[in-house]
Every structure is written in structure tokens, then in C-alpha cells.
Ligand binder design. Structure first.
Ligand code: DX5
Ligand code: ZN
Length: 219
């Protein structure tokens, strides 16, 4: 399977959201990565349902939604109704993770689980076969534009080994501080999907940056 690029819309120009969504549609990007932050689970508030609704009206690709919110079960159906294809919740925000995963799937979406930098992949050994995607945070969640945490390479390798040892088939996504400097090493460690926000949207030629990042990931 090709390695995938998921630009994070958090770094887009919100005054020109339709323009930036259309750029992603035209580009080699595979998914739209959507960061929802509640100001409680993380020390920042991003955007909510009306903005997501506007994005999904223009987006023609997979909507990969990353919830950085407490008690995400409250909104699973809402995100399904808004057109999300993948819904990722944080391990640290779920008391009954298995139930939450089943809830996401029952609402017709793929179920993702995100791990903060301090959370060991071992916590997923009893649920890995039920999960469609694991998102490894390579920065502390809450903000775009932070520096990549180097321990991520080892963590991706450990997760890949866990997936193989359990005969599971979930995708590995890496999120935070991804650039052309770490993309290839992350793929070599076992990553399947790379999220990139600032690196894409702050570049002079965004479509070219996405094209080159995707080519690098698949080289
Ligand atoms: C951080 C978010 C990321 C963020 C990535 O909490 O989950 O998706 O948008 O942004 P960059 O690529 O700028 O680190
Ligand atoms: Zn994210």
C-alpha cells in the first residue's frame, strides 16, 4: 500500500478555507487531517462543528479527524453525521476505550486511537486488533508548529512489532513536527500515514511540498 500524506487543516488560512480545501483536493494529499481541541484535554481551542461542516462541503478526500477532547463518546454520532471517515480519540481521554472504539465503528467510521508522547504502546496490546489506526503523537498535542520528538522513531518500531505479533492490521499515523527531514526515517520505522501542518501550509508552493513529501515517503 502507498504511504499516505494527511495535511493538517489547522495550519490553513481560515480566511481562505475554501481556497485551501480546493488546493488539497487538487494536490497529491491523501487525507484531510482535522484537529478538534476543546481547551480542556489540551491547552488550546481549535475549531468545532460549523467549521468542520464547511470543510467537508468542499473536501473530496478522506476526512481524518483527531479529537483532542475529554469524553469523546458524547460527540461520536455528531462527527459521523458531519461526514468524518476516520475518528481518532485519545487513549488518555477514554475510561472505556474498547466501548468507544465499538461506538465509532457502529457509527460507520474507522476507529483510531492516539497516544501522547508519554503513553507507551503497550497500553494497546489488548485492543490493537479492534483498532483501525494508531496515531503516534510526535509532539505534545495542542499546537501546530512544534519540534518533533526524536523518541518517536523507537515508538513507531515498537508499535509495528506489536501489530505484527498480534496479527493486527491497523495503520500507523505520525502527527506533529513532520517535515522532509524526518519523513523517510518515520516510514522506514513503520509509519503508514504522515500528518504535516506547518511544513505544508507555511511553504511557498504548497502543492509542490505535498507532492515532494509524498514522493519521499514512497521512495
Ligand atoms: C497537534 C495536532 C497536529 C498539528 C500538526 O496537536 O494534532 O495535527 O496540526 O501540526 P505541525 O505539522 O505543524 O506540527
Ligand atoms: Zn492532529
Amino acid at each position: 500500500m502507498s504511504k499516505l500524506i494527511a495535511p493538517s487543516v489547522l495550519a490553513a488560512d481560515f480566511g481562505n478555507l475554501q481556497r485551501d480545501c480546493e488546493m488539497l483536493n487538487r494536490s497529491d494529499a491523501d487525507w484531510f487531517h482535522i484537529d478538534i481541541m476543546d481547551g480542556v484535554f489540551v491547552p488550546n481551542i481549535s475549531y468545532g462543528m460549523p467549521v468542520l461542516d464547511a470543510i467537508t462541503k468542499h473536501a473530496t478526500k478522506t476526512i481524518d479527524t483527531h479529537l483532542m477532547i475529554v469524553d469523546p463518546d458524547r460527540y461520536v454520532k455528531t462527527f459521523a453525521d458531519l461526514g468524518c471517515d476516520i475518528l481518532t480519540v485519545h487513549f488518555e481521554a477514554c475510561t472505556h476505550l474498547h466501548r468507544t472504539i465499538q461506538n465509532i465503528k457502529a457509527n460507520g467510521m474507522k476507529a483510531g486511537v492516539a497516544l501522547n508522547p508519554h503513553t507507551s504502546v503497550d497500553h494497546l496490546k489488548d485492543t490493537i486488533k479492534d483498532i483501525d489506526l494508531v496515531l503516534i503523537m510526535s509532539v505534545n498535542p495542542g499546537f501546530g508548529g512544534q519540534s518533533f520528538i526524536e523518541n518517536t522513531y523507537d515508538k513507531v518500531k515498537e508499535l509495528k512489532a506489536l501489530i505484527e505479533s498480534k496479527g493486527a492490521s491497523c495503520l500507523i499515523e505520525v502527527d506533529g513536527g513532520v517535515t522532509d527531514k524526518n519523513a523517510k526515517q518515520l516510514i522506514d520505522a513503520g509509519a503508514d500515514v504522515l500528518v504535516a501542518g506547518s511544513y505544508v501550509f507555511k511553504s511557498a508552493d504548497q502543492e509542490k511540498t505535498i507532492k515532494e513529501l509524498r514522493a519521499l515517503a514512497n521512495s
